[in-house]
Design a binder for this molecule. Structure first.
Ligand SMILES: C[S@@+](CC[C@H](N)C(=O)[O-])C[C@H]1O[C@@H](n2cnc3c(N)ncnc32)[C@H](O)[C@@H]1O
Length: 331
C-alpha cells in the first residue's frame, strides 16, 4: 500500500512543489485524480490528509512517449510538448516532420487523456494566435482545459491560451486580496480574470480579438463568476484606456509589446498598487527593467516563468507604485 497526500485539484500544483522540495514525492507511482481531488504518491508521510491505497505504478511509457518510437525517430522527436484539454501540441523540427504521424501515434498511445495531436508552427500576429496543423484525431480545435480547479473552453486556433502559465496564474491568485479592482490589459479568454474573479476581485478585461471576447464570456459563465465581478471590452487597450479608472493591480501579459505600453498603462495604477508585466528577455543580454520605469515605480520581484527560445525567456516583473505624495489623475 502506498501513502498518498489528498489535496483539492486546485491546490495540486502547490502541493506538488512542496512535495518535490521536501523530496517526499514518490515518482515510481503516478498521481491519481478522483472526484475533484489529486492524490500524490509519497515516499514518506507529510502533514495533511493521508490516504493509503495500492497506487498506480509508473510505467516507462508514462514518463516518456519517445520510448515507443524506434531509436532513429526517438532522437528526432521532442521530449517536451504542451497539453491543451485533449489536444497534444508539439513542435517538430524540419527533420522530424516526415515522422509526424508516427510521433503523434506514440503520444496518443502513451497519454490516454489525449484524443488529438497538432503541430505547433508558432504564435503570430496581433492576436498572438498559434498556427496549428492537426495531424491525429478530429480536426476540431475547441477543447476543454482544466487548470487550478477552473475550466477553460476555447478554440485554440482562434485565440491565445498558454497552459504553461498555470503556475504563474496560481502565484497571482495567492497574491490578490478579495475586492481588489484589477485591469487585465491583454486579457485573452480571461484565465487570469476568471481565477481572480472567483476570489471576489472586480475585473476589467480588455482584448482586441473578438473571438477572445466570445470565449471569455463563456469561461466567466462556466466558472460561475458573477457578472457583477467583471466587464469585458473588445478593444485595443490604447483606445479604451482614457475611459478607464485607477486600479489596485494591472496585468500586462503581452510579452512582445508590454514594454511599449508600460508608461501609458502605469498611469492607471493606484499608489501602492502592483503591475505584473510579462516580457521576453534575452538570457545573455543586459536588460534592466529599471530603465523602463517612471519615477515612483519600483520592481520588487522578477522571475523567469519559462524559457521562450534557446536564447530568451518569458520573465515576469512585479512593479509597485510607491509614495503617497503623487498626484493621481484619472485621464
Ligand atoms: C499573449 S496573449 C495573453 C492573453 C491572456 N492574458 C492569457 O494569459 O492567456 C496577448 C493578448 O493580447 C491581445 N492584444 C494584442 N494587442 C492588443 C491591444 N493593443 N489591445 C488589447 N489587446 C491586445 C491579443 O488578442 C491576445 O489575446
Amino acid at each position: 500500500m502506498i501513502k498518498h497526500l489528498k489535496v483539492l485539484e486546485k491546490n495540486a500544483q502547490e502541493a506538488k512543489i512542496f512535495l518535490e522540495k521536501s523530496n517526499a514525492l514518490n515518482d515510481a507511482f503516478l498521481p491519481v485524480k478522483k472526484e475533484g481531488y489529486i492524490f500524490w504518491p509519497l515516499k514518506f508521510e507529510v502533514d495533511g490528509e493521508i490516504v493509503k491505497f495500492e497506487g498506480l505504478k509508473a510505467t516507462k511509457y508514462s514518463r516518456d512517449y519517445r520510448l515507443l518510437l524506434s531509436s532513429k525517430i526517438r532522437n528526432l522527436a521532442p521530449r517536451a510538448f504542451d497539453i491543451f484539454g485533449d489536444i497534444g501540441i508539439i513542435r517538430l523540427s524540419d527533420e522530424s516532420l516526415k515522422y509526424s504521424e508516427t510521433i503523434a501515434e506514440a503520444l496518443l498511445k502513451s497519454h490516454l487523456n489525449l484524443k488529438k495531436v497538432a503541430i505547433d508552427k508558432g504564435v503570430k500576429g496581433e492576436y498572438r494566435i498559434r498556427q496549428l496543423q492537426m495531424i491525429a484525431g478530429e480536426s476540431d480545435f475547441v477543447s476543454l482545459h482544466k487548470e487550478n480547479g477552473f475550466e477553460f473552453k476555447l478554440d485554440i486556433s482562434k485565440v491565445y491560451f498558454s497552459p504553461r502559465l498555470s503556475m504563474e496564474r496560481s502565484r497571482i491568485y495567492e497574491a490578490v486580496n478579495s475586492g481588489e479592482e484589477i485591469l487585465d490589459a491583454f486579457a485573452g479568454v480571461c484565465p487570469f480574470g476568471v481565477s481572480l474573479g472567483s476570489k471576489g476581485c472586480k475585473i476589467t478585461a480588455v482584448d482586441s480579438n473578438p473571438d477572445s471576447e466570445y470565449w471569455a464570456h463563456e469561461n466567466f459563465r462556466r466558472n460561475k463568476i458573477s457578472e457583477l465581478n467583471y466587464v469585458f471590452y473588445c478593444s485595443k487597450i490604447e483606445q479604451i484606456l482614457p475611459k478607464l479608472n485607477l486600479y489596485d493591480r494591472i496585468i500586462m501579459n503581452s510579452p512582445t509589446t508590454s514594454l511599449s505600453y508600460l508608461s501609458r498603462i502605469s498611469k492607471k495604477l493606484k499608489v501602492g498598487g502592483v503591475i505584473h508585466l510579462y516580457a521576453l528577455v534575452e538570457n545573455e543580454g543586459d536588460f534592466k527593467i529599471e530603465n523602463h520605469l517612471s519615477p515612483n515605480f519600483n520592481c520588487v520581484f522578477q522571475r523567469v516563468v519559462h524559457p521562450y527560445s534557446p536564447s530568451s525567456g518569458l520573465v515576469v516583473f512585479d512593479i509597485v507604485k510607491a509614495g503617497n505624495n503623487v498626484q493621481e489623475t484619472n485621464q
